[in-house]
Design a protein around this ligand. Structure first.
Ligand SMILES: NC(=O)c1ccc[n+]([C@@H]2O[C@H](COP(=O)([O-])OP(=O)(O)OC[C@H]3O[C@@H](n4cnc5c(N)ncnc54)[C@H](O)[C@@H]3O)[C@@H](O)[C@H]2O)c1
Length: 268
């Protein structure tokens, strides 16, 4: 079987830099970005201009779309002019080229204001007393979006655009609401909220593989991307059932080391 051809939109960015080495063996990767890319064959073009970007999409089986301004404090103008416009341009170029699977890299900022209320607010602060990790209701992707910022509004709008292209043009589109994925210190949380929100590079790689290889008759799905953390507040059962996402890491395994690290940093 020939390798699937996967186009990485936003290939010069940080997340692409993490994922390209992980995915390069299994898939035939290429890229597109405003900036030059050295790791994989790539086109320098603005994805807001689908014609300028068109050549990158020819013969591609799947697109992973990282191309956005990732700063969640970014302005509404930037969200409109860069984030939403880039996603729409990428979807347009993919649809015109006949690409079947489009994977939008969304974010937990699409629903982060659930964390204003208990039990999610408590869990985010590490106050677990009175909350049963086995039974509290987790946030599902079918619950209404609750963006926490213009950036979050942009992610919700882009998810809606992905749904529109699936419904209107028969594409098979998947949106991944990633948790904390920066991997600055590997699988170790850097603050308390990350005990719920972190996704390790191993689980992240698996999630993208699941999205690329998901059944071709899957029309549309929004899934949370988080490791198998004891205190995760997002429901991943739909991702497991529909695309086979089965994360293995659990931040709870890092709790003792994290607490020792915090204690060592406290002034004597
Ligand atoms: N890292 C995380 O924890 C995390 C969590 C959730 C979601 N995400 C999402 O992952 C995505 C990538 O994040 P990142 O940290 O790699 O960002 P980044 O800024 O490092 O990379 C984004 C890349 O997209 C390119 N780009 C932007 N607009 C473009 C356009 N119009 N045409 C062509 N290229 C364009 C940029 O040049 C840049 O290289 C973002 O959408 C972000 O919201 C990241």
């Amino acid at each position: 079987m020939p390798k699937k051809k996967v186009l990485i939109a936003g290939a010069a960015g940080r997340m692409a830099g993490l994922l390209v080495p992980q995915l390069a063996e299994k898939y035939d990767l290429s890229g597109i970005d405003l900036r030059p890319v050295t790791a994989i064959p790539s086109l320098v073009a603005d994805l807001r201009d689908p014609e300028a970007a068109a050549a990158a999409f020819q013969g591609v089986d799947a697109v992973i779309d990282f191309a956005n301004d990732p700063n969640f404090r970014t302005s509404w103008q930037q969200v409109l002019q860069v984030n939403i416009a880039t996603t729409y341009g990428t979807l347009t170029a993919a649809q015109r080229a006949g690409v079947k699977r489009y994977i939008f890299v969304s974010s937990n900022h699409a629903s982060e204001f659930y964390e204003k209320e208990p039990p999610y607010s408590l869990i985010a602060e590490g106050k677990y007393e009175g909350v049963d990790a086995a039974t509290f209701p987790r946030i599902t992707s079918t619950m209404p979006a609750r963006p926490d910022s213009p950036f979050g509004i942009g992610k919700v709008a882009s998810e809606a655009a992905a749904r529109y292209f699936a419904d209107q043009f028969g594409m098979s589109n998947i949106c991944l609401r990633l948790g904390t994925a920066y991997q600055v210190k590997g699988p170790m949380p850097t603050r308390i909220r990350e005990f719920q929100s972190l996704i390790t590079l191993r689980d992240l790689t698996h999630l993208f593989e699941c999205a690329i290889d998901a059944p071709s008759d899957l029309k549309f799905g929004i899934y949370y991307g988080v490791s198998n953390n004891k205190w995760r507040i997002w429901d991943t059962s739909d991702a497991r059932a529909q695309i086979g996402f089965n994360p293995v890491d659990n931040t709870e395994d890092q709790r003792a080391a994290f607490e020792a690290d915090q204690a060592a940093q406290r002034p004597a």
